[in-house]
Design a binder for this molecule. Sequence first.
Ligand SMILES: Cc1ncc(COP(=O)(O)O)c(C=O)c1O
Length: 385
Amino acid sequence: MELFDVYPLYDITPVTGDGCYVFDENGKKYLDLYGGHAVISIGHAHPNYVKAIQDQVAKLGFYSNSIKNPLQQELADKLEKVSGVQDYSLFLCSSGAEANENALKVASFHTGKDRVIYFENAFHGRTSGVVAITDNDSIKAPFNLGHKATKLTFNNINALKAEIEKGDVAAVIFEVIQGVGGLDEAESEFYKTAAEICKENKVMLIADEVQSGYGRTGDFFAFQKHGIRPDIISMAKGMGNGFPIGGILIDNNVEPKYGMLGTTFGGNHLACAAGISVLDVIAEEKLMKNTAEVSEYAMAEAVKIPEIKKIKGRGLMIGLEFDFEIAALRKELLFEHKVFTGASSNKKLLRILPPLNIKKEHFEVFFHAIKEVLKNQEHKALKSS
Ligand SMILES: Cc1ncc(COP(=O)(O)O)c(C=O)c1O
């Protein structure tokens, strides 16, 4: 049987991982500055994480959500402590798209309304409702177009206010820092005013922290820098360090009722063990502090490279924008220098999303490699590619 061919693949087969590195079947070592798309938060094969999952699967890997699972409460308590956010309840699921689908559903149940506002360049996932609020028409099937969704320009508060005042909006959803879209972040003023307008009009504000959350920016959630309180926060990627787990934090003002949300796999024993271990490592190894420190170093080094025209993002969610398309540069970093990096819908932007326990030495390797590529490949040739 063939695999349904939906992913363009690099001809590389990682088989093991260790911290910030992955190794292919021939033992070739690759520096992972992509974190498997912002997923690897505490590093590949972290020993505490491996042990936690091994121990749990040997005891009980799964049972349904019809029984008591104290691991879910342990995860919720640890999440509250490590993130510093309070007066929310946790609903667990298994992916970022599922988290956002549930966020939209809660908002629609709670407000009784059905229209959702999203922003230009947004990416919220590929399932039915969330692909409708993703700014990429090429990934929407006719079936996905039935949702009531309105796209607005990011950072334009007047447009947002006018749309909300029409009275039929259930939710406004935004990525605090846009990931796939290219690392844009609006002003604090925009987020604050948006939150006020939502509150006045009983519209739910949903922060999609699937990529920017879990310590990636040096804060636990990226919205925390802006002094706002979203009604719902969605999470996934870094939450399980590769184990499929997602979730939403829902303001305690929202009343739950049986059947309102549900899932077979969400919050299972193994996923919780992975999630708890991730939070323990983030706290014990002070990974948010490390993120802020290493990021400062990386940003300062990036400034010294004249070909980098703009540095975007925060923490270890970094975008390096060149004045040429970076596909060839990225390929050479990977195949010649064995460094994984990411791309985005902005073809000139190189995306850096490493494990949060990365060290300055790893970035030294990266900057050396990037200088070599720029030198050797005569970036005039790159510019025309
Ligand atoms: C901000 C954001 N939201 C949602 C998603 C969807 O997550 P998943 O692929 O786990 O469904 C992504 C994935 O890249 C994302 O970056």
